[in-house]
Design a protein around this ligand. Structure first.
Ligand code: PLP
Length: 427
């Protein structure tokens, strides 16, 4: 296709890089077909929930002030609850990010003297200050909530003996992070999470099991709430916002847990009754509607990246052939220089701020310098094509998103182009 290669070369992607990419894509037909099937199922699931809850134009009206009797907001929460098969949901633009949603879920359901257990190793960077693993004012630790952690075994599986030993009469809540985050361990399948929850509940049935669902939504046909999680928590500027939500977070779960979360978010006694929608409902509904196909495109991009970089000698997590449970692709680039080149490529391919050059910086909540490439319509949105990673060995860049598969593909080709131009890769 001459037209295609012409345009790509005008945009800076060489013939050699383009051809190398086409060769990688040739082998991916079957996998892409499977992803499309999952997207079809999840599209129907979301659609059915919207129909069942009689979504109408009235749901899109803006409210201000207290936001009492906000029909659109309340109905969106019923739609989320139906999609995640939970009793209740809290879906709010007042939840500023994923870390905030997780903080609400934890602090609402843990009281002084309670213990929090992570049976899957160290939690995501920002959660470490929330919990108090790294000292911070207002951490759970400061409020008298203790923390225990059981690391994964060397092969990335759960240390069931260790978990059994760690559970004690103080253990109140177990936090399970589905996605690897900035680690190079495997992401867990929903099935694996279900087995872990069953194991924990078998030892102590009243333990609350919370799943950090960030980046996992709609990658499979089931969610952790289908396999016993009492709460699933995530960000609307990742998967479930479909790229359209400009802000927000969600917590879906049991009535009791979600009620407490609402009391924590607003105030005891007020709960879900307050919280104006400020005119964001069209974006939150439409984004949720688009989310299954957006996630599918992003996942194709992740698989393409692994199939492009692995043969070039860079370790990829997940690898080129294994099954996927989130939209994140880690590529171990072995040097800071290569991380910068990779991110430059992603940035150059962006629709917004394509002229900017990403540089490592001290980002709040993170311990090492972080580099981020993001030219997004929504600032910091990582369901849009983005790459980031802490500057520390093994110099892994975490690549994710892409509102369309076509854009994800171009971004990845551009990242390879920059590595080639920097003399770090020979095709
Ligand atoms: C992104 C992420 C978070 C935090 O979300 P923010 O919106 O960045 O605050 C928490 N856990 C995991 C696994 C994530 O990927």
């Amino acid at each position: 296709m001459n037209e295609m290669t012409n345009l790509y070369s005008q945009m800076g992607v060489s013939q050699a890089v383009y051809q190398y990419g086409e060769k990688a894509i040739e082998k991916l037909g079957m996998r892409f077909a499977e992803i499309d099937q999952i997207a079809e199922y999840n599209q129907a699931k979301v659609l059915f929930a919207m129909q069942k809850n009689r979504v109408s134009a009235a749901c899109f009206a803006a409210t201000t002030g207290y936001g009492y009797d906000d029909v659109g907001r309340d109905n969106l929460e019923r739609v989320y609850a139906d999609v995640f098969h939970t009793e209740a949901a809290l879906v709010r633009p007042q939840i500023t990010c994923g870390t905030h949603a997780l903080t609400i879920a934890l602090s609402a359901n843990l009281l002084p003297g309670d213990e929090l257990l992570s049976p899957v190793g160290l939690p995501y960077d920002t959660l470490q200050e929330v919990i108090g693993i790294r000292q911070s004012p207002c951490s759970l630790k400061e409020y008298g909530v203790s923390y225990r952690q059981v690391n994964l075994l060397d092969d990335g599986t759960f240390d069931y003996d260790g978990i059994k030993n760690a559970i004690n009469n103080k253990t109140k809540l177990v936090t399970i992070q589905r996605s690897k985050g900035y680690a190079t361990r495997p992401t867990f399948s929903v099935e694996q999470i279900g087995a872990l929850i069953a194991f924990v509940k078998n030892i102590k049935p009243d333990i609350i099991c919370m799943v950090d669902n960030c980046y996992g939504e709609f990658v499979e046909t089931v969610e952790p709430s289908d396999v016993g999680a009492d709460m699933v928590v995530g960000s609307l500027i990742k998967n479930p916002g479909g790229g359209l939500a400009p802000i927000g977070g969600y917590i879906c779960g049991t009535k009791e847990c979600v009620n407490r979360c609402a009391y924590r978010l607003s105030a005891p006694g007020l709960g879900q009754e307050v919280g104006a929608n400020l005119g964001l409902m069209p974006a939150l509904y439409q984004g949720f509607f688009l989310a299954p196909t957006v996630v599918a495109g992003a996942e194709k991009g992740a698989i393409f990246a692994a199939n492009l970089y692995e043969p070039l000698g860079f370790r990829c997590v997940p690898n080129a052939t294994e099954s996927r449970h989130d939209i994140i692709q880690a590529v171990e680039l072995k040097s800071e220089e290569a991380m910068i080149a990779f991110c430059k490529g992603i940035q150059t391919a962006a629709p917004v701020d394509s002229f900017a050059t990403p540089m490592p910086w001290d980002m709040p909540g993170y311990n090492d310098k972080v580099i981020m490439a993001a030219g997004a319509f929504v600032q910091g949105s990582s369901i849009e094509l983005s790459a980031d990673g802490p500057i520390r060995p093994p110099y892994a860049v975490y690549f994710q998103g892409g509102l369309t598969w076509q854009h994800a593909k171009l971004g990845i080709l551009m990242s390879l182009q920059k590595l080639v131009e920097a003399g770090l890769v020979d095709l």
